[in-house]
Design a protein around this ligand. Sequence first.
Ligand SMILES: NC(=O)c1ccc[n+]([C@@H]2O[C@H](COP(=O)([O-])OP(=O)(O)OC[C@H]3O[C@@H](n4cnc5c(N)ncnc54)[C@H](O)[C@@H]3O)[C@@H](O)[C@H]2O)c1
Ligand SMILES: [Zn+2]
Ligand SMILES: [Zn+2]
Length: 345
Amino acid sequence: MKALVYQGPGQKDWVEKEKPAIEKPTDVIVKITKTTICGTDLHILKGDVPAVTPGRTLGHEGVGVVEAVGDAVANFKPGDAVLISCVTSCGKCANCKRSLYAHCEDGGWILGHLIDGTQAEYVRIPHGDNSLYPIPEGADEEALVMLSDIMPTGFEIGVQYGHVKPGDTIAIVGAGPVGMSVLLTSQFYSPGRIVMIDMDPARLALARQFGATDTIQVGTEDAVAKIMEMTDGRGVDVAIEAVGVPATFDTCQKIVSAGGNIANVGVHGTPVELHIEELWIKNINISMGLVNTNTTPMLLKTLGSGKVDPSKLVTHRFKLDEMMDAYEVFGNAAREKAMKVILSA
Ligand SMILES: NC(=O)c1ccc[n+]([C@@H]2O[C@H](COP(=O)([O-])OP(=O)(O)OC[C@H]3O[C@@H](n4cnc5c(N)ncnc54)[C@H](O)[C@@H]3O)[C@@H](O)[C@H]2O)c1
Ligand SMILES: [Zn+2]
Ligand SMILES: [Zn+2]
């Protein structure tokens, strides 16, 4: 089979590789029908995630059809259409028992990280019963791919951890696929005002189409001053960081109102300066975390009922074997006006 393999920092290739086989009775082999590329894959390619070793197949998102199941798999059989979660979980360990799947003792984020991932013709999914979801009849497969990672990430770590409430004024810093997922899922709770902050005018225009009431273009506008002006000096009820650099965390510290929440979603590679001397007196909550994907069943229902349509995040489409071209487009997202790319077998 073919797979997108990490060959060390800055190097990747679409190569012939051995098809995965059942290794444990709880494994499921899935034939990929649709997959995508995540900003995290670009981080890996830069060499930012040293746990990923040369030879690893990348990718942690996708949908497919079950090819084979181990003897202990009860929920799936060959031919079933499935959604692959970016987080693998056994469902039995102490952390899984409290829905902290990201910290499963025999799983977590391992796909395309510690084991071979989904940017391939076939993938082996450990603990298939708990790490795959049946695809509802007639569901939009492109929309479903957004449920592998970015939608639960935006919803759990941005919206739920940030305690977004009806009427709230919220700010989302970063209008990438994750920030856009926060934007879409925050609307379940009817915030009064949603301010999107980014430097890319094309992404901000898209954010307005998806429900942002206000946008601020960093670089030409002072985000902190503008937020304070918009809120009569109060600040926002929820400041959501969806970039992963010190500057954007700092913006969140400066724009959060008394009694507010800072929900950090971005993956940070360097320390940030925490202004506890200013925040302590404002009764602020600060949250952060790795997506658990415990809300995937709920998000599947909202998709089925038409309450949310993540397929609108898809801007580019490729055949699976055009993987290298898809990386070229996604790796130059601003130039190509790309949000999410879909690769179809
Ligand atoms: N917590 C989790 O479980 C989890 C899961 C998935 C992704 N992530 C992280 O979420 C973050 C966002 O992911 P993504 O795929 O949307 O990334 P992305 O790189 O596609 O988007 C980031 C956006 O931030 C904007 N930006 C950059 N610098 C900025 C600045 N100084 N001010 C305002 N905007 C700025 C960029 O223009 C871009 O639109 C990443 O750090 C990613 O690793 C976290
Ligand atoms: Zn991802
Ligand atoms: Zn577990």
